[in-house]
Design a protein around this ligand. Structure first.
Ligand SMILES: Cc1ncc(COP(=O)(O)O)c(C=O)c1O
Length: 458
């Protein structure tokens, strides 16, 4: 019963003594011991379920309904709302999980699914990756926060700067949006200017958002420009004039941009004394360790990393040129848990993995195999209006009609594979041959069923 291991883990571990923190070997034994406690004491699960539910009954709880009743958007991560997952708020497909390991998750009904979304690209090595877990458990056992800083903050900053071409200094955060906001604050402080132009998605914060609740005065300081569009870049830069503080670019959106566009942004920022910021949240530690800038040799002044950097643990970073980063001392950028140890320990372990193997090459070849399997499934079914796009390590399915996509995603989930709606499927090193075969088989069955349903409707 998958519930058990999930909820027993940690609850039965004895608190370590501060004088005698456990060694890595002891931590391993402790985890192994946790894994043996399966089938004991279901009472914790009942507590977790918030009622006197036996574990078996927990599978009957409608977590989707329960979440909608108490969370205003149904899921605090927007892309995990039912509408975002499947394109339908009333989907029968799974919305909640109880366990994730490698490239697989177990949903709240106890079904196992191969996950192609990898937590929105936050995970590139696999869920619960053992070396990262071990580092995290050890960090927790030693006390993950205190009144002083963890030395890992300096260590991970040094190591990160070694891998990122623009990296001379770094500062840590917990979320991507927080880190990009900080980069923009640093750029504004450095230049003493206010206008920012940008292309891409940078998270939910006010400075780049046109959502309800953002004051017009704030909106007027940000101008969005089209991806890979030289004219839009020229017009936006000209419009900003001598108020241009920063050009912020997500350098890869579904495809590589023309180098001319990015080089032009680099030239204009230098010429006008503005700061060029690359958002490498998805490209960092995926396309290359150092992201798009390492791949192309085009170096921004500041860059933002997150997601795969800590393999799903909360950590993001701004890295960049020393003189620009130095402006952080002339403003106020801080949060209580920015230097908390779990994210740093995870990143430290992730960096070890990257330094011992070419993870990015593995992600590219794994992604290529995933794409090939899905492409073959499309061809074999003879279905039309569906294409596979993107890059190998981050690829996407494009449907001609949202309704068809919803049906396909629901069918695929029923066949044991979670694909991403309208955005990237991410390769992880944990997607092994068996998983890739399952992805192709589920895609194949789902495309055939979708085709047949559509033919019957005609
Ligand atoms: C390119 C990019 N920048 C920023 C963010 C925001 O990161 P977070 O959701 O961790 O705040 C995202 C999230 O998907 C992203 O893809």
């Amino acid at each position: 019963m998958p519930f058990r291991r999930f909820f027993d883990r940690g609850a039965k571990r004895e608190a370590p003594s501060a004088d005698d923190p456990p060694t890595a070997d002891e931590m391993e034994e402790s985890v192994a011991a946790d894994e043996q406690v399966e089938d004991e004491d279901p009472s914790e699960e009942a507590e977790w379920a918030g009622e006197d539910a036996a574990p078996e009954e927990a599978t009957d709880i409608d977590w989707h309904a329960r979440a909608i009743a108490i969370l205003p958007t149904g899921a605090s991560t927007g892309s995990k709302r039912a509408e975002a997952l499947y394109g339908s708020a009333s989907t029968p497909a799974p919305t909640h999980y109880i366990q994730a390991a490698g490239c697989r998750l177990v949903d709240t009904s106890g079904n196992s699914l191969v996950d192609c979304t990898m937590a929105l690209g936050a995970v590139a090595l696999g869920y619960a990756e053992p070396t990262v877990q071990e580092a995290v458990f050890a960090a927790v056992a030693h006390g993950n926060v205190a009144g002083l800083s963890d030395p890992r903050e300096a260590i991970v900053a040094e190591r990160l700067c070694d891998h990122v071409p623009c990296g001379e200094m770094a500062q840590f955060f917990k979320t991507g949006a927080e880190a990009v906001s900080a980069a923009v604050r640093i750029a504004r402080t450095y230049t003493g200017r206010d206008l920012v132009i940008g292309s891409g998605y940078f998270g939910w914060h006010d400075w780049s958002s046109d959502s309800a609740g953002v004051p017009d005065a704030v909106r007027s300081l940000y101008r969005s420009m089209a991806f890979d569009d030289l004219d839009a870049l020229d017009t936006s830069v000209r419009g900003a004039g001598d108020r241009l503080a920063a050009i912020v670019i997500e350098p890869m959106v579904e495809r590589m941009p023309s180098e001319v566009w990015i080089r032009k942004a680099r030239e204009l920022a230098t010429l006008l004394g503005a700061v060029l910021i690359f958002d490498e949240m998805k490209t960092g530690f995926r396309l290359r360790r150092g992201g798009y800038q390492e791949l192309t040799g085009i170096t921004p002044d500041l860059a933002v990393f997150g997601k795969a950097l800590a393999n799903g643990f909360p950590l993001a970073a701004v890295v960049g040129r020393r003189d620009v980063m130095d402006a952080a001392r002339r403003t106020w950028i801080s949060s209580t848990l920015a230097g908390e140890s779990v994210g740093l320990a995870a990143a430290n372990a992730v960096l070890d993995v990257h330094e011992s193997a070419d993870v990015c090459a593995a992600l590219a070849s794994t992604g290529q195999a995933m794409r090939a399997g899905v492409t073959a499934a499309i061809a074999a079914s003879g279905i039309e209006g569906v294409t596979v796009e993107g890059l190998d390590p981050m690829w996407l399915l494009r449907f001609d009609e949202p309704r068809r996509q919803t049906r396909f995603l629901e069918l695929a989930a029923s066949h044991g594979v979670l694909f991403k709606r309208g955005a990237y499927n991410y390769a992880a090193t944990a997607h092994d041959e068996a998983a890739i075969a399952e992805i192709e088989a589920a895609a194949s069955a789902s495309f055939v069923e979708l085709r047949d349903e559509e033919q019957h409707r005609e």
